[in-house]
Ligand binder design. Structure first.
Ligand code: NAD
Ligand code: ZN
Length: 344
């Protein structure tokens, strides 16, 4: 089958041919119907050989949707022909966190060498994908595979992040979204659907600000040195109740710290190497700073439930799998509006 692989450190991914996978005991084989490209793949492809915790080549793609093609011995819970979304942050399934559905925070995955598809295990940028267990599948029903694939990460990750701040985001508050790309443009919509807060979006590109307005941001501002002052003005000096940073580079984490208000939340989702010092007098009183990873299995079900209600408008640019290398080039150059999704 065709697969997009990251083969050698620092080299761009290439389309290649690999053996068709066969489902082993308990495994489920999916015929992939859509796979999203995430900016996190560049973090993996930027690692040194020492930093990589798994061997290459790696078939990319941690946002996958497919049709059940075959069940391994003893596998059940899904039917051949059923359309399903893949819950990506695989865990051991039995530790205390996994028992709560929080496989993204599995206590044993590191030790046992359990990796998400596309981030250590073979991923969804291929014609077929092996899923280790049916518990990692959520039925799609009537949802469109192409616009649903991004929900498995670009939807689930902001959903988890927004949910953490929902109790604080009462009427009259302001939430700031930094970076309105794949994750950010969904984050804006989740804030609108889950809270009554005013949403202020920031990006460096005018077409991204346009997208932010189209998907529900009340204000869309350039992310520059004046942005923090603008946010203070918009909030009558108080600052934002929640700042979600979907970029995470030093200028945006600094901006997040300058924009948040007393008892506010700063959630650093982007993995751009930025950080935010915490200490008395550095940030407003009782600011919470956190850096979550992905989301839980039940939260993926919740995101798909929201999608079924028709309240999410996922912007995608479709590419045939053959053009996946070009999709990654465009993503790297910041030229993808919404999410790039590969269709085999
Ligand atoms: P993306 O490339 O689709 O979007 C990034 C957006 O940020 C673009 O619109 C870009 O124009 C904008 N941007 C760049 N520099 C900016 C700046 N200084 N100020 C404001 N906006 C700026 O990326 P994505 O796939 O949405 O991923 C976003 C980030 O989230 C990445 O760092 C990715 O690795 C990370 N991520 C984290 C998790 C997690 O679990 N924590 C999960 C998925 C992705
Ligand atoms: Zn576990």
């Amino acid at each position: 089958m065709k697969a997009l692989q990251y083969q050698r450190i620092s080299e761009p991914p290439v389309l290649t041919t690999v053996e068709d996978p066969e489902p082993g005991p308990g495994q489920v084989l999916l015929e992939v119907t859509a796979a999203g490209a995430c900016h996190s793949d560049f973090a993996v492809m930027g690692m040194t050989a020492q930093q990589l915790r798994f061997p290459l080549p790696l078939t990319l793609g941690h946002e996958g949707v497919g049709t059940v093609a075959a069940l391994g011995e003893g596998a059940g819970g899904v039917q051949v022909g059923e359309s399903v979304a893949v819950y990506g942050p695989w865990g051991c399934g039995v530790c205390h966190n996994c028992a709560q559905g929080k496989e993204n925070y599995c206590l044993r995955a590191d030790r046992e060498g359990i990796f998400p598809p596309g981030l250590g295990a073979p991923g969804a940028m291929a014609e077929y994908l092996l899923v280790d267990d049916a518990r990692h599948l959520v039925p799609l029903g009537d949802l469109d595979p192409v616009t649903t694939a991004p929900l498995t990460d670009a939807g689930l990750t902001p959903y988890h992040a927004v949910k953490l701040s929902v109790p604080k985001l009462v009427a009259g508050t302001t939430a700031v979204v930094i970076g309105t790309g794949g994750l950010g443009h969904i984050g804006i919509q989740l804030l609108r659907a889950m809270t009554p807060a005013r949403v202020v979006a920031l990006d460096v590109a005018e077409e991204k600000l346009e997208l932010a307005r189209n998907v529900g941001a009340h204000e869309a501002l350039l992310s520059d040195t004046k942005a923090a002052d603008r946010i203070r003005e918009l909030t009558e000096g108080q600052g934002a109740t929640a700042v979600l940073d979907f970029v995470g580079v030093p200028p945006t984490t600094a901006l997040a710290g300058q924009s948040v208000g007393i008892e506010g939340d700063v959630t650093l989702v982007g993995i751009g190497g930025g950080s935010l010092p915490v200490g008395f007098g550095i940030l407003p009183y009782e600011t919470t700073v956190r850096s979550p990873y992905w989301g839980s299995r039940s939260e993926l079900e919740e995101v798909l439930a929201l999608a079924r209600r028709g309240v999410l408008d996922i912007h995608v640019e479709r590419f045939p799998l053959d053009e996946a290398p070009r999709a990654y080039e465009l993503l790297h150059e910041g030229k993808v509006n919404g999410r790039a999704v590969m269709v085999p």
